[in-house]
Write a protein that binds this ligand. Sequence first.
Ligand SMILES: Cc1cc2nc3c(=O)[nH]c(=O)nc-3n(C[C@H](O)[C@H](O)[C@H](O)COP(=O)(O)OP(=O)(O)OC[C@H]3O[C@@H](n4cnc5c(N)ncnc54)[C@H](O)[C@@H]3O)c2cc1C
Length: 479
Amino acid sequence: MRKKCLLWFRKDLRLTDHPALAKAIEEGYEILPVFLYEEGGDWPVGGASKWWLHYALESLSSSVSDAGGRLLMKEGGGDVRSSLEEIIEEHGIDLVYWCRCYEPEAIERDTVLKRELRDLGCEVKSFEGNVLNEPFSIESKSGGPYKVFTPYWKMCRTHEVRSLYEYDLSKVRWVMAEGGDALEDFDLLPRIDWDREFYAIWDARREVGERILSDLAGGKAMAYGEQRDLMGVEGTSRLGPYLAWGQLSPQEVWHRIVAENASEEVHSGYLRQLYWRDFSYHLMYHFPHTVSSPLREEWKLFAWKGDGEVVQAWQEGRTGIPIIDAAMRQLWQTGWMHNRARMLVACFLVKHLQQDWMYGARWFWDTLVDADLANNTMGWQWSAGCGADAAPYFRVFNPITQAEKFDSHGDYVRRYVPELAKLPMKYLNRPWEAPADVLENAGVELGKTYPEPIIDVAVGRQVALDAYQRFKEACAGER
Ligand SMILES: Cc1cc2nc3c(=O)[nH]c(=O)nc-3n(C[C@H](O)[C@H](O)[C@H](O)COP(=O)(O)OP(=O)(O)OC[C@H]3O[C@@H](n4cnc5c(N)ncnc54)[C@H](O)[C@@H]3O)c2cc1C
């Protein structure tokens, strides 16, 4: 009789290029595909990601059906071990296979699970997760992890990207499990209608990710270097959520693009970004505390403020700084924000407004459709100046000049802050400088139709620099 293998899907919601599935097929096992939904933990799935997960699971489930199987879904209820044990017992499972996750909580849980399931008599194997290079497979020349991206990337480029796993799904012998929970029981969809642009933009089916990848490989990847910083242009791929849930493997993305265009421009443009993603996993794996505290320990001494009203104005796009408000509203309406805008709003929150980066990280986590613990942690610590290869704290982005440079026609601000749309470009990003008649002609009444700035940008910059000076002195005093 063939052995039965439970294939546990987690952040690898696809049937193609799947290391654990490939191995189970190669070894000739009968395969029972399982997904367990887990609530809870320090970083429970955020609101926008839940929406994504619902449709990503629907998509995976129908791919499994098309291949002749059935995806068994269960509410893990915070106790994954019992759910797995039940399934193992009910279906006479011999082996459990999964692809590795690198979040600290997942590593801790999986380590214990491996032991416990082996004690039950199951063979347990884990396989590479959703990265180009596993976090522990890249070492600096002196041994140990990298903390700076460029040398990390250079080292990665000496490692070949593995080729894709190929197998014939029509030959798979599936274990057909009845029962489980219905997708709707996970309660992933919002109860209220979000009434946002969100629904029009996103489609979480894997085949849509494939289509986006196709366009990217077909040309967009070439223009990426020139367009990626322009906030009003769709110059980036928006593949983030497909990568975050492993609906596309980074190898699939890499090979598809390289097959069309292997120029150095593409390697140091789009493909380099995939290594930024890997780098964030490298950091999270080697410095697991960073998901909730600064990588550079001394930053625990930094006296962040915690002003609920200020944070709320930032979240709701009511700071009175047009580019910041445009970005925060883009996030709320679409579940996504342009990378440059992410850097600007993060800098504004932690530097001008002096609020703890964790408020921002939590808000992004809940509202981003591509929320990813490794990338989010690195992005926020980079912005706050307390992480690896971080922007130095004293480098404070000026949101106004940044907007004038990277949204030079004002398309982005006009789109997301329509109450300012009629202002001429000269005043769009600084409405408080506009003469009364210009405001009147544009239908803008500061303090009424659009807020007064929450802070003078120049004052905010000085506040940040002064705080940094005090921090440096405090650090020196500690030594
Ligand atoms: C404060 C802050 C928070 C962030 N939070 C997240 C997050 O939760 N999830 C997330 O995926 N990215 C995050 N990023 C990184 C980056 O902004 C997004 O990956 C990117 O904007 C997603 O859009 P895209 O899919 O069109 O990316 P593209 O520009 O098309 O890039 C392709 C892929 O490469 C990876 N990538 C690109 N830029 C980066 C980067 N700077 N760091 C790490 N990976 C990158 C992503 O997986 C992305 O999908 C954050 C950045 C900042 C500054």
